[in-house]
Design a protein around this ligand. Structure first.
Ligand code: PSU
Ligand code: MN
Length: 314
């Protein structure tokens, strides 16, 4: 087993059997500008605490995999330039070379699994980029959902992605895509993408129960809970269509590809909406943190009551 570096708070929560929610760090280093990124990361951690769970922000610092960051560690990571963005492919190399990096959805799921954390909150997942039929740009996040047993709460996928193709790939991979409290798959800044989600649930308990029942069936992989942005915080899709198209053209012109593409598009949209994209982003991440805390609490209750079947021995 890999050496994990636990924050004091997460270590205590494990000993006491408290619910824990994992958080990614790429959203901090590549998803939002400093200093708001650090403020938001702290706010999201507090939302999880208020929801009765303990936050575990995940990152690699000087070759150590951290499960939960102390205040100073989070502040330094949020301010550091040139932090590596670590997905499944990069994690072991970063640990081997003593590097520092933030974890994407895929890498955070891998770390959470090692730490025994079953629920993870973020903003949006990576998916199938527009034009993927030519570029083949499909995020490793989708494959990770198919193989690592963590329930991920996100506000759907950004409209920078091809949402119907993203849903098709998730279906092929056998990933449950569960819209929360509505029929439509949400589109990050907008509550509705115009595409129905394959599944819908209206409370945290059945989501937690389904998580355990997948294990009881011997199925690998996690679940994607697609939680719409709260009413009032939305940016309507109509307003974003031209902004996203312009960002995409700029990326093409400048030859931006691979891991650099998602951060480039986010920054371009932030600039074009004069920061309104960030305000919406903050509202939805906090909303996801609150739901994730309730799902994690439901899992702990099942364990106390012994009301859910044990994992399949396969
Ligand atoms: N989508 C967002 N904000 C983000 C990301 C995605 O709305 O910050 C980050 C997440 O860490 C996600 C990663 O896992 O980008 C996906 O990157 P890629 O498309 O290169 O796999
Ligand atoms: Mn990609």
């Amino acid at each position: 087993m890999i050496d994990l570096n636990w924050s004091a708070e997460v270590r205590a929560a494990r000993e006491q059997g408290k619910p824990i929610v994992a958080l990614e760090s790429t959203i901090v280093t590549h998803g939002m500008p400093w200093p708001r990124n650090v403020e938001v990361a702290r706010q999201v951690e507090d939302d999880i605490r208020k929801g009765g769970a303990v936050p575990a922000t995940i990152a690699v610092l000087e070759g150590m995999l951290h499960i939960g960051l102390e205040n100073g560690q989070l502040a330094r990571l949020g301010q550091a330039g040139n932090v590596a963005k670590l997905s499944r492919a990069d994690l072991a190399c970063c640990l081997a070379t003593g590097g520092t990096g933030s974890t994407t959805v895929a890498a955070t799921m891998i770390a959470a699994r090692h730490a025994g954390i079953e629920v993870f909150a973020t903003g949006g997942i990576g998916g199938v980029h527009k034009g993927a039929e030519l570029t083949f740009d499909i995020s490793a996040d989708l494959q990770e959902l198919a193989q690592t047993p963590v329930t991920v709460v996100a506000a759907g996928a950004k409209a920078i992605l091809d949402i119907p193709k993203t849903l098709e790939v998730l279906e092929t991979l056998g990933v449950p895509v569960i819209a929360y409290h509505q029929d439509d798959f949400p589109a990050f800044w907008s509550a509705s993408s115009g595409h129905p989600a394959p599944l819908r649930m209206d409370a945290p308990e059945p989501i937690a129960r389904a998580h355990r029942l997948r294990a009881a069936l011997g199925l690998p992989g996690g679940q994607l809970v697609a939680n719409p942005i709260p009413e009032g915080d939305e940016i309507l899709a109509d307003e974003l269509v031209p902004v996203i198209a312009a960002a995409q053209r700029a990326a093409e012109r400048q030859g931006i590809a691979g891991k650099a593409l998602t951060p480039f598009l986010l920054k371009a949209i932030f600039d074009a909406t004069e920061g309104r994209s960030l305000t919406a982003n903050i509202a939805l991440v906090r909303n996801n943190a609150r739901l994730a805390a309730r799902i994690a609490a439901a899992l702990v209750n099942f364990d106390r009551e012994g009301t859910v079947p044990a994992p399949h021995p396969l």
